[in-house]
Design a protein around this ligand. Sequence first.
Ligand code: C2O
Ligand code: CU
Length: 464
Amino acid sequence: MKITRRNFIGGMAVTSLMDLVPQVSSAKNFETQKNIIAGPGRSLLMDPGDKLTNLWLYNGSLPGPELRINEGENLNIHFRNQLTVPTTIHWHGVKVPNAMDGVAGLTQPAVEPDETFSYKFKVSEPGTYWYHAHTMGWEQVARGLYGALIVDGIKDFKVDHDITMMVDDWRLDKDGQIDEASMGSLHDWAHRGRLGNWLTVNGKSQYKRSVKFNSRIRLRLINAANARILKLELTGGVGLQVSLDGNPSNFTSVSKFEIAPAQRIDLIVDVGTKPVLLHDLSSREKILAGIIEPRSELGQGLVNRGILEPSGLKGIPHNLNNAIRLKVHMQGGAMGNLSQARFKGENHTIRHLARVEKKVWAFNGVVGTYEHELAEVARGKVVILEVFNDTSWPHAMHLHGHDFWIRTSKRSNNHIDVKRDTYLMSPKEKAELIFLADNPGQWLLHCHMLEHMASGMVAVISVV
Ligand code: C2O
Ligand code: CU
């Protein structure tokens, strides 16, 4: 090797640094530390030459910094709030201790402007997760407070490129700014939630990513939208679905698929020399969301494209005889059948609730607040949530602190073979969400259409 001035100096620098820094065995380094600051920021959501959009961001970037950690390690986040409003961070899908769950007013007080909070927890299950604001989430997530949290597994599939795609829709006004006039619209809250008019992947319109020729890639798709159920179409390659919401799944080849708000789908795609395109079909127009472009100058993929084996579904509950059954009757919304409901201990007509309290949804006849405890269950019990979506709208039901298995008549065989943390329920669907209550604390069950949650679709399950 020729010694040039540059690498000679580089070598020197490393040597002198090694002398100064005390040597710590890397085997002890099981903690990833990170500073995260929430604050105002700007990003180019529209096309080059357009105006920057004013947003609220983590570390000034959209999405927030991708947090990557190995399975079994500890994450230590020093969080500072530089917004003018209180906020918290929720680690969606990660089984954190209750005090780290980030639900302001339930698991912690909100972090006030200029204050800090430390989130520390061990991450034990590999997969695709995300983090987002959980204080006035319907506004804060819509303004950009989210990022990806990827947990690398020891036995992960070998790929040439591991690509996270956070898909979001924004409601922008004609100046390319967040449409504030419609923020909190009661109409949105009683219908589908706040749908956007501008689609981005990783904060970019028509997101582009170059990969090597003939490479095997893992796409981690995350729906960060407040309310839009994405209908994605993959062309130019076949997607092999390997994971749902961070859980290993049965392998299925997919080309068109839905992702509800907060859900994740991981796909393995073998790319040749032609681009792979991702379109969204959920609005009237077919929208190009992203392009994966193989480029010869990046070289050839190196991963052996052998047959992939599913890593297996662990822990399917077979014996449900002693399980606790809890009914969750979802009602309300436009074109619904809810005429009155309880709110803060009093009965009200739905008219009054909508007009005065801006509440339009209920579980079991109760407009949800963090005081609405659905049940207290003993740790170690298997719980079956018998959920009935008795509304005219789809809802993305999410449980904090636990993943659940799903049994529904919607799936032909009625088998329990899907484990998720967020499940999209069709209007009038009945489903059983089955989970082992092994994480003590107070956990939210809510709709992840964030406007629905704000207007009543929320309750608490306590594990004691
Ligand atoms: Cu993404 Cu209450 O959560
Ligand atoms: Cu909903």
